[in-house]
Design a protein around this ligand. Sequence first.
Ligand code: PLP
Length: 423
Amino acid sequence: MAEDFHVALLTSDVLRFADACEGPLAMPTEELRLEAERYLMHTYARLPISIARGRGSRVYDLEGREYLDFVAGIAVNVLGHSHPDLIAAVQKQAQQLLHASNLYYTEPQVKLARTLVDHSFAKKVFFCNSGAEANEAAIKLVRRYAHEKYGPDRFEIITMLRSFHGRTMATLTATGQEKVQKGFAPLLPGFLYVPFNDFPAVEKAVTNRTAAVMLEPIQAEGGVHVADRTYLSGLRDLCRQRDVLLIFDEVQTGMGRTGTLFAYEQLGVQPDVMTLAKGLGGGVPIGACLATDEVAAAFSAGTHASTFGGNPLACSAALAVLRVLLEGRVLEHCRRMGDYLAKGLHDCMDRLTMVKDVRGMGLLQGMELAIDGQPVVMDLLARGILINCTVERVLRFIPPLIVTQRDIDRLLDVLSQVLNKRV
Ligand SMILES: *Cc1c(COP(=O)(O)O)cnc(C)c1O
């Protein structure tokens, strides 16, 4: 019966559609680039390669060239590319049920929520599809919590300069960077910005109107700046005393990136609300907003929603990722590789005056240069290595968590050559 249905489909339009799709797959990069310019909005400055497939810590372009991947889809592919457990989970779920909506219960969503709760401070989870949406949910949640408890005047959220929280109207307002906000006024009212790692600044900014303090434990897009432990414990105490909620945006630092499942575990402070996305689905889009029971109670039926949020496909992928991270030795491996990479980068700094600083935790490492970083990114690309540069001068290294010592040696070797050439 099911077979007949597929045969009927295949013999008609679907075959013609498949034929029509053949062309673009074999398109050379230059042609693809021209079509991209023509058909896609110009929101990205893309590098001149097109990635066709990946395996482990490597990706391959349309022409078959190999690249060692120290970007991992911007800290997304935590298990590397084509991890067999992730493939199996996605295939199995695709055969069973792709989507059902939140009008009904689905098992993968509940199992994923339970797994996240079992391994974090949180007691409840809301699922969505991206980092911005996760932060959007967090912003709505803390506003509603404060509104219900203290009335409509308590809505302000203190965020950090140099932060990054996303590109929706609320999250770009939360983002403490003018270049992200430029041209989109009027922004959302109720956001205040203070310098990162500056406790007195937060202390001064908190008033009876403050609903929450929101920050990344490591400012990643902002140039890889790690929050001090004393700063965070100061924030924790202050927030507790004033019943101000503490939100950690772990969209980039979560899911093992720093060597523990979440960065806060190593920083000695638990937030009231935490957001996740990027690595959560290992490449399948999914985001999550986690909170304590008391805070989560501010959302009742009908206050927040997402059609795709917590969809069975995305949740099955995330469950597979979590299983590998928790049952394998990936976190321990990430800590070791993170230390090894950091040491190599520090050695590089000792040899070269153009390297100003090396910062990070686990496999989220940044190298601040005295020169523009983009030419360095291009030089590495030409030598078959993908790295990323943020805030003009900070090279960012965010490989899959399964990266090997040999991969790191190769990166360090090529990076040294490239930087030496630019002295
Ligand atoms: C990437 C990122 C976001 C935004 O995530 P999207 O999935 O692009 O919406 C938010 N916060 C942090 C810390 C991020 O790194």
